[in-house]
Design a protein around this ligand. Structure first.
Ligand code: BES
Ligand code: MN
Ligand code: ZN
Length: 501
């Protein structure tokens, strides 16, 4: 699909069969663009508004057919009240527009971001970037394994029509960044959607190597099972020991600058059966997405490299699957982590924190100024926050604020949960330093508190993305069913803000 920026009259259209998308704020009159188009099309828009067939209510839309040769189709797109508009609402609205138009079988559309701009205080670049992201995220489809690809409906061209003064390098950059970010989210979605027989730890290494091949500033190193064992990663190796699939401890080092890095750690369990503490069969197939944290880290680092951000970033993906077998870890086993702390494994299904414990300790070797981990860590997180937000935990208020700021800019919601010392009693073991589960109460918090022990005194944040990584319900404006690629946009924004606060 091609996204272009043009400076021309809307009335010229962009060629046969194209749809003009006309954003409309609820309760406002027609925009200048609306008036101009309405006049050229025999007042069809006013008639529609006057007949109360369209009000501009957020995410509603009406497709009109006109007699105008270069403006045959107009999609009125509801943006809600102008004072309530945000970049995320623009992203959502454009997602709805793109999928609606694709559904009709039409393949090209154009829009004037400027018309949205005039009614809001959002910059033209932010509007353009949100529009591009909304379109590309919403149109995502995964059909690698559909052998009869009869699906011919496809959006081929999107054109942003701006006044000459807005056809700037800044706007062109906004298009490019929107494309880079959305494509990285879509890459993460692909990885999460690929089944566990394809997306193995070995395949994750290949994906990391692909990044390194494309970007000289990226180096990838991998610890094999024996090396991880030798180093003392008893927790990670303990999780991996039930599987015949070789685990890979993947380190991706992006040196866009010298100095202390930010470490991004992503849970990369390529399939979570639960191990000996096996999960029920119902919905177990979804556990292929238990590497969503790792996918988010890969996606964010890809964008960082494309944007050549002047940062040092170390990505760590402890990749393994979690299988029951004759050599699987038992409940009750005690493992010694890379940190030296011992852990009693109460439940082999609490494997994520075991992998992350060793990954966070390994991250400390790089003397990071910050560690952020992302993980589909607990079902309890979905109980607490549902599918609307990731849980945010941190030992550092400043970092917490930075992540909240990135969250507000991207619409990837985070919500803070506490790490009070009193919860620690729940993960004290009678026989080891820690145990890997804290019982049912506050399951996400005790999991986070477990991880906190390994970050020592480094500024650290943990994002539990269990509730947001997969959309198993209705398609959302820019999240179709399936993997959402959660975390990529949030991380990219956080990294960009490190460069330009
Ligand atoms: N990967 C799961 C958490 C999960 C569940 C993510 C559902 C997404 C959807 C994790 O490894 C797990 O099994 N956690 C256990 C922990 C428990 C045994 C303390 C859980 O949440 O049940
Ligand atoms: Mn598990
Ligand atoms: Zn898991």
């Amino acid at each position: 699909m091609e996204i272009k920026v043009k400076s021309q009259s809307l009335l010229k259209g962009i060629g046969p069969g194209a749809v003009l998308v006309l954003g409309h704020f609820e309760g406002d009159g027609l925009s200048a663009e609306g008036v101009q188009v309405d006049k050229a099309c025999d007042g069809i828009i006013r008639k529609t508004l006057d007949a109360n067939l369209f009000s501009g209510k957020f995410l509603t839309h009406t497709l009109l057919q006109t007699n105008h040769a270069s403006l045959p189709h107009i999609l009125l797109l509801g943006l809600g009240p102008a004072r309530e508009i945000t970049p995320n609402k623009i992203r959502q609205a454009l997602g709805i527009a793109a999928t609606t138009i694709r559904e009709t079988g039409l393949s090209r559309f154009f829009i004037a971001p400027h018309a949205v701009r005039l009614a809001t205080r959002i910059s033209i670049s932010d509007i353009v970037q949100a529009m591009v992201e909304g379109v590309l995220l919403a149109l995502y489809q995964f059909n690698l394994y559909k052998t009869d690809r009869k699906e011919t409906k496809e959006i081929k061209e999107v054109c942003l029509i701006v006044p000459p003064k807005d056809k700037t390098a800044g706007v062109e950059r906004a298009v490019l960044q929107g494309e880079q970010i959305a494509n990285a989210v879509n890459m993460a979605r692909d990885l999460c959607t690929l089944p566990a027989n394809v997306l193995t730890p070995t395949r994750l290494v290949e994906e990391a190597n692909r990044l390194a091949d494309a970007h000289p500033a990226i180096r990838v190193s991998v610890l094999e099972r024996a090396e991880a064992q030798q180093l003392g990663m008893g927790a990670f190796v303990g999780v991996a020991q039930g599987s015949n699939e070789p685990p890979k401890f993947i380190v991706i080092d992006y040196q866009g600058a010298r100095g202390k890095p930010v470490a991004l750690v992503g849970k990369s369990v390529t399939f979570d059966t639960g191990g000996i503490s096996i999960k029920p069969s119902e919905n177990m197939e979804q556990m292929k997405y238990d590497m969503s944290g790792g996918a988010a880290v890969l996606g964010a680092m890809k964008v960082a490299a494309q944007m050549q951000l002047p940062l040092h970033i170390v990505g760590i993906l402890p990749a393994t699957d979690n299988m029951p077998s004759g050599h699987a870890i038992h409940p009750g086993d005690i493992v010694t982590t890379l940190s030296g702390k011992t852990v009693e494994v109460i439940n082999t299904d609490a494997e994520g924190r075991l992998c992350l414990a060793d990954a966070i300790t390994y991250a400390l070797r790089y003397k990071p100024h910050t560690i952020i981990d992302l993980a589909t860590l607990t079902g309890a997180c979905t109980v607490a926050l549902g599918h609307q937000a990731m849980a945010l935990f941190s030992n550092d208020p400043k970092l917490e604020g930075e992540i909240q700021k990135a969250s507000e800019a991207t619409g990837e919601r985070v919500w803070p949960l506490p790490l009070w010392d009193e919860y620690f009693d729940q993960i004290k073991s009678d026989v080891a330093d820690l145990k890997n589960t804290g019982g049912r109460p506050a399951g996400s918090i005790t999991a986070a508190l477990f991880l906190k022990q390994f970050a020592k005194d480094v500024a650290w944040a943990h994002l539990d993305i269990a509730g947001v990584a997969w959309n198993s319900g209705k398609p959302q404006p820019y999240n179709p069913k399936g993997s959402t690629g959660a975390g990529v946009r949030l991380l990219v924004r956080y990294l960009m803000n490190l460069v330009k606060p």
